[in-house]
Design a protein. Structure first.
Length: 324
């Protein structure tokens, strides 16, 4: 009887393993949910929708974008982290939902408790003032902030976004005491841009695309984009490198993550699909329309890069302070 029972357990176990292997080989066989931990309409959301459309064709199943904003990206991220590790629930990941969460004391899970699958795009930030601002260029903004930091107002999204770290990087590079500058709270970089355009605050930072429409009307003046690559949609806006500040290089990225424990063969298949769509002309065009460029990174290389990013944010926050 005992031998028969052990044989039955072994048979069932082998059968389960066989079924898992078969389903991995056939993956995907049904629709995939791609969770965006932000509200619709932002740069991450737009990039995720471009990727989802292309992945639907590449994987031959629907890839449905689902927005789950709130709580500094914790709601959306945790909904993926606790899902079944079967490849049918994915996260539109980025620094705001991964490495930056490693600095927030109230995140209820280890910040890297997930399977990092692939990064497919990254892009610069833009520094802006109002169209009617007396500060005509980057150097004028720096001079004003240095002269009277207590009266200099900047947009702030709670220290949970790369836009905030772009602002911190600007302050640190310029020798401005971040503890004296007035940080005005907002929920998104879009809100920051509108407040700058209205003259409610002096200065803001956000993903480059967050400034496109208002800069086009003249209500915003983009004084610099981070890094060394100009943005076509912001003509005549210098890069920080061209201005002599190559250290102002804060970028944001968009990628795909999955629950912890995703099988390696499914992870690899997804990573290959993401790499393939990043080479498609229509995807590249849609990414560039929101100030992003294809930038594929997968596997352990991606996990290592995000770990270094977390360390970099930690150093910057220790240097100038993050608490809002």
């Amino acid at each position: 009887m005992r031998r028969a029972a052990f044989a039955l357990v072994a048979c069932l176990t082998l059968g389960a393993c066989s079924g898992t292997a078969e389903s991995a080989a056939d993956y995907p066989s049904r629709a995939i949910d791609y969770v965006v931990p932000f509200a619709a309409g932002g740069s991450t959301d737009i990039a995720a929708r471009a990727a989802a459309d292309a992945l639907s064709g590449e994987l031959d199943v629907p890839v449905n974008v689902i927005n789950k904003p709130g709580a500094d990206q914790i709601i959306g991220t945790d909904s993926v982290r606790t899902a079944d590790p079967d490849g049918y629930t994915l996260l539109a990941d980025g620094a705001g939902s991964s490495s930056i969460q490693g600095l927030l004391p109230y995140v209820p899970y280890p910040w890297d408790d997930r399977t990092f699958v692939a990064r497919f795009a990254q892009g610069p930030h833009v520094y802006v003032v109002g169209g009617d601002s007396p500060y005509r260029d980057f150097d004028a903004v720096v001079a004003a902030a240095r002269e009277d930091p207590e009266r200099f107002t900047v947009g702030w999204i709670g220290g949970s976004s790369t836009s905030d770290f772009a602002t911190l990087q600007f302050l640190a590079s310029s020798g401005i005491d971040a503890g004296k500058v007035r940080r005005v709270p907002f929920r998104s970089s879009g809100e920051v841009m509108r407040a700058v355009a209205a003259g409610d605050i002096d200065f803001g930072a956000g993903g480059a695309s967050s400034a496109f429409s208002l800069a086009g009307t003249g209500k915003l003046r983009a004084v610099a984009v981070t890094g060394d690559t100009p943005v076509d949609e912001l003509p005549d806006t210098p890069t920080t490198t061209s201005l002599g500040h190559p250290e102002l290089d804060m970028r944001y990225w968009v990628g795909v993550s999955a629950p912890p424990g995703l099988p390696g063969d499914i992870t690899g298949k997804l990573a290959d699909a993401v790499a393939a769509i990043a080479e498609q002309d229509d995807v590249v065009a849609r990414l560039r329309a929101v100030g992003l460029e294809p930038a594929v990174l997968t596997g352990e290389d991606l996990r290592t890069a995000i770990g270094r990013e977390k360390d970099r944010f930690t150093t910057l926050s220790d240097q100038v302070g993050v608490a809002g």
